[in-house]
Design a protein around this ligand. Structure first.
Ligand SMILES: Nc1nc2c(ncn2[C@@H]2O[C@H](COP(=O)(O)OP(=O)(O)OP(=O)(O)O)[C@@H](O)[C@H]2O)c(=O)[nH]1
Ligand SMILES: [Mg+2]
Ligand SMILES: [Zn+2]
Length: 348
């Protein structure tokens, strides 16, 4: 199996919108979002304590702009506005809120988090995606293209935030024996450095029990490129929920960003799953060479042995990382991913 093939979009030379057009569209949307958020927080501030019930704890199920769906301890879900300056409240957050009227309320405070998964937005500002999670399930698949070779930044983000990742390779039903065996060879690189790798198919229901054993009774967020099958897996694990899945685009072979907001679902017997919208490419925040190398777990036993303390493991003499690559202790593939990330995220 080749994981470097051209996308259908590239092959067809599909017209792309210019950078400037994309920037203008993004700016207009951003302004609309800001206006809507302002309207909502003004509406929230008009509600005085006379109209509101006592403060209570709640769990954030999903967020649309400045509006939150908050679940009360008894399981009832309320549509809530947010008081101003609460910041980045996301699925999985615990909040304090007050009932205003039937199935409505106002969120007044954000409780401290045990963990946050965040990534930079288009302007480079860190945005939370999900909170209080114990595992990050990174889903990749042979189709649409590129998710497999773009796995490493996700792993780096997990490593840096200290949340245990689980790699799920979905759609294995789409592969013949030879292609599946090549895929396994590739992911053995990740197994060797102790990342759990689970092969799944929502068509044949392969691997779902194995995945369940990892995530049962825990709070997990599913992340990955659009169209890899995150929602399809959740729909299989949570048959009582209505979860939308979307076809890949016929023209480009890419996912169509079917899931538009993070949303938390409960397992009936304990644990929560958070579905998330597909990400084109997981971008990291600015990291220097040291940060990147530190988050490549298999570099750890060698890194202290480099001759130079500020070794970037590129061309420096007596580099223990390069020696480990030559000796087969670090895989060539991961080393090339390290160099690629270094090129993307550091300017020196
Ligand atoms: N062959 C095959 N197709 C699958 C599998 N799982 C999902 N699909 C298909 O992949 C497409 C995308 O699935 P979704 O579950 O919507 O993907 P997603 O990752 O949630 O995508 P976004 O919400 O856009 O981020 C749908 O057409 C699914 O039927 C699988 O195991 N095998
Ligand atoms: Mg989805
Ligand atoms: Zn070195």
């Amino acid at each position: 199996m080749s994981i470097h093939s051209l996308t259908r979009e590239e092959a067809m030379g599909k017209r792309k919108i210019s950078r400037q057009q994309a920037w203008r569209i993004e700016k207009i949307q951003e302004e609309r979002r800001k206006r809507a958020a302002k309207r909502d927080s003004q509406a929230a501030s008009m509600l005085t304590d006379d109209h509101l019930g006592p403060e209570q704890k709640g769990l954030v199920i999903t967020r649309h702009g400045a509006r939150l769906e908050v679940e009360k301890a008894d399981g009832q879900v309320f549509q809530c506005l947010m008081r101003q300056h609460l910041g980045d409240v996301v699925s999985g957050d615990e909040v304090l809120w007050q009932e205003s009227q039937h199935e409505n309320g106002v969120v007044t405070a954000l409780m401290p988090r045990s963990s946050t998964l965040a990534r930079p937005d288009a302007h480079g500002h860190m945005k939370a995606m999900a909170a209080n999670i114990q595992n990050i399930v990174i889903v990749v698949a042979p189709e649409p293209p590129h998710s497999i070779e773009r796995l490493d930044p996700y792993l780096l983000a997990c490593q840096a935030t200290d949340i245990q990742p689980i790699i799920v390779v979905n759609k294995i039903d789409a592969l013949d024996e030879k292609a599946f065996s090549a895929l396994q060879d590739h992911f053995n690189i990740y197994k060797k450095i102790h990342y759990p790798v689970i092969y799944t198919s929502t068509m044949t229901e392969t691997g779902l029990d194995e995945l369940l054993a990892y995530i049962d009774n825990r709070t997990c967020v599913f992340i990955g490129q659009s169209g890899v099958g995150k929602s399809s897996i959740l729909a299989r694990l949570l048959p009582h929920e209505i979860i939308r899945v979307g076809e890949l685009s016929e023209a480009t072979g890419h996912g169509q960003h079917t899931t538009s907001n993070c949303r938390l679902y409960h397992f009936t017997h304990g644990g929560d799953l958070i579905d998330s919208p597909g990400i084109r490419e997981f971008k990291l925040w600015h990291m220097d060479a040291k940060d990147i190398a530190r988050n490549f777990v298999e570099f750890a036993p060698h890194i202290e042995k480099c001759k130079f303390r500020n070794c970037r493991h590129i061309e420096e003499p007596e580099c223990a990382i390069k020696t480990a690559v030559t000796n087969g202790l670090i895989s060539e593939w991961r080393y090339t991913r390290y160099l690629a990330l270094l090129k993307t995220y550091t300017k020196d």
